[in-house]
Design a protein around this ligand. Sequence first.
Ligand code: NIG
Ligand code: FE
Length: 411
Amino acid sequence: MTTLITNIWLLVNTRESNSLLRGKELSDLPCIANAYLIIDDGIISEYGKMGDLSTVNRQLSTIDAAGATVLPAWCDSHTHLVFAASREEEFVYKLKGMSYADIAAKGGGILNSAAKINAMSETELYDLAWNRLQEVIRMGTGAIEIKSGYGLSVEGELKMLRVIQRLKQQSPIPIKATFLGAHTYPLEFKNDHQGYIDMIIDEMLPVIAEEKLADYIDVFCEEGFFSAKETEVICKAGISYGLKPKIHANQLNLSNGVQTGVKLKAVSVDHLETMNEDAIQTLASSNTIGTLLPTAAFFLRMSYQPARRLIESGCAVALATDYNPGSSPSGNMNFVVALSCIQLKMLPEEAINAATINGAYAMELQDEVGSISVGKKANLIFTKPIPSLAYLPYSFGNNLVDKVMINGQFV
Ligand code: NIG
Ligand code: FE
């Protein structure tokens, strides 16, 4: 089926060829004013200025965009969308002054989520995750990465990854799966870190590889969690099974996670709240993407990622939600884009590129999504009428997404 979309006020991020954007390139966001777009069987086949549209000898079903701005759907390259329950009780404890350590001592945090996941059936877990996936698609997400990491046992991690595999099979949007067995140490391995690392390498990874349950391997490289050395050992084991690293780095401390990720040729190093010059220069001189998760810094009241210094140093930067029950209980990419402008001082063009084409690269989905390009999926956001592109992050918290199209169909 061929669909023609007419009267697009602004068609955003139109690109003839793909490239990962770094440094100054991030502020160049190609757009076409007063545009049309043609979709063939869910794939973008043509676009241009309304004045250049020729419909001679063509059978087209037409949709009038009526002045909407059309963007490529968001590419959310870092989420923990599969979880058993929200954790707002911990949120209230924190409001009352309890520290993260106090909460962890009461069995809270990641261990709280792990206990709940292990007690829940795979079907129940799938249903909850499916609903969250539908919700984020309605908010404009058109491709997503999802991590395990709340199982922390062979059975629990495999259960999470099987849920993600089922989501992949059923989902209308592309999904990438990441194995994050090394999220924290389960209680029984509190004093036997090597024992848990051996379990990840000897018991989890072989099954994950055999059943093709993951695309990437992740480690929470952080003081009090996994050291840079341990991160390297775990990632190398993953690499030997064909999983590329995408790691949690430099959230709470200068963990050397960035340098370790770059050394291992990680697809991305994510978080980056805590950076120094060496970490920035190491990232800038690599092909590893720095994925910023500003809503985690917002929710935990931490200092924001130094986006300006990263961009000015020439880094390739992506934006993602980190959707999880502990540090970012929201999968709303619209808010991530707004927050990155408001607090990280990214320009609207930089933020939109980081949340679309660079997010696609951070999932190695750049040939399928992330820009308006011939041959890519028609996964699109149609906005309500807006006076300018900058209005999107400016008008934060207001829902400016009118309709979302996935594979050429409105959802
Ligand atoms: O990416 N930093 C580690 N993991 C998650 C949060 C984990 C949790 O509290 O559930 C994150 O922020
Ligand atoms: Fe995370």
